[in-house]
Design a protein around this ligand. Structure first.
Ligand SMILES: C[S@@+](CC[C@H](N)C(=O)[O-])C[C@H]1O[C@@H](n2cnc3c(N)ncnc32)[C@H](O)[C@@H]1O
Length: 188
């Protein structure tokens, strides 16, 4: 069985086509941004967001090393992601990824919150192309994580099944609050 992040990448690979737009809502160290940039290819664009300068710098460094040129990096709260994408491109959004929690290797003071995470998922879900998918990797072992986990589970469980399919992928016998995946796919 695949670990959670590789499984999330596999799902996104199935829904993001070359030329699409993709969103990394929490770019952190840039690993997911790099994966998305390969999926959208030269004719596509990745919009990557983070609220910490440290994360933006680390992502920029990783992308520069890989000579990636199809990423727009924004130091902005992800709930404002739609403001950075032109309206005519809304139908081209093939996928998005959220990695919740804190920036690995940081002081753990800045974490994702249920309010902005749910606002961002909600607005991006509305803009996805048909068949497009949002992968949310939920880390919840840190302080504040349990509140975000519960709020997100309540939110995604309430999505209209005629419009979205929602998957939870989790290793339920692992100790120490392992991350799990929520995947929200817009139905065709
Ligand atoms: C678990 S890390 C992301 C890891 C990253 N995907 C990677 O591959 O390295 C979570 C990131 O979310 C960022 N973050 C927290 N709240 C945010 C918000 N409202 N909007 C955008 N980014 C946010 C944090 O600064 C942190 O860098």
């Amino acid at each position: 069985m695949k670990k959670v992040i590789p499984f999330a990448h596999d799902l996104l690979e199935q829904t993001i086509n070359p030329g699409d737009i993709a969103i990394d809502a929490t770019c952190g160290n840039g690993h997911d941004t790099l994966v998305l940039s390969k999926l959208v290819g030269d004719k596509g664009t990745v919009f990557a967001f983070d609220i910490q300068n440290q994360a933006i710098e680390r992502t920029k460094q990783l992308l520069d090393q890989a000579s990636v040129q199809n990423v727009q990096l924004h130091m902005v709260d992800h709930q404002y992601a739609p403001d950075y994408i032109s309206e005519e491109d809304y139908g081209r959004i093939g996928g998005a990824i959220f990695n919740l929690g804190y920036l690995p290797g940081s002081d753990k003071q800045t974490i994702t919150t249920p309010e902005s995470t749910i606002a961002a998922v909600d607005s991006i879900a509305a803009l996805l192309k048909q068949g497009g998918l949002i992968a949310i990797v939920v880390y919840y072992g840190h302080q504040g994580g349990e509140r975000e986990k519960q709020a997100l589970l309540d939110y995604v469980s309430s999505l209209d099944q005629k419009k979205f399919s929602v998957l939870q992928y989790a290793f339920i016998n692992q100790q120490n609050n392992p991350p799990f995946l929520l995947a929200v796919q817009k139905r065709k």
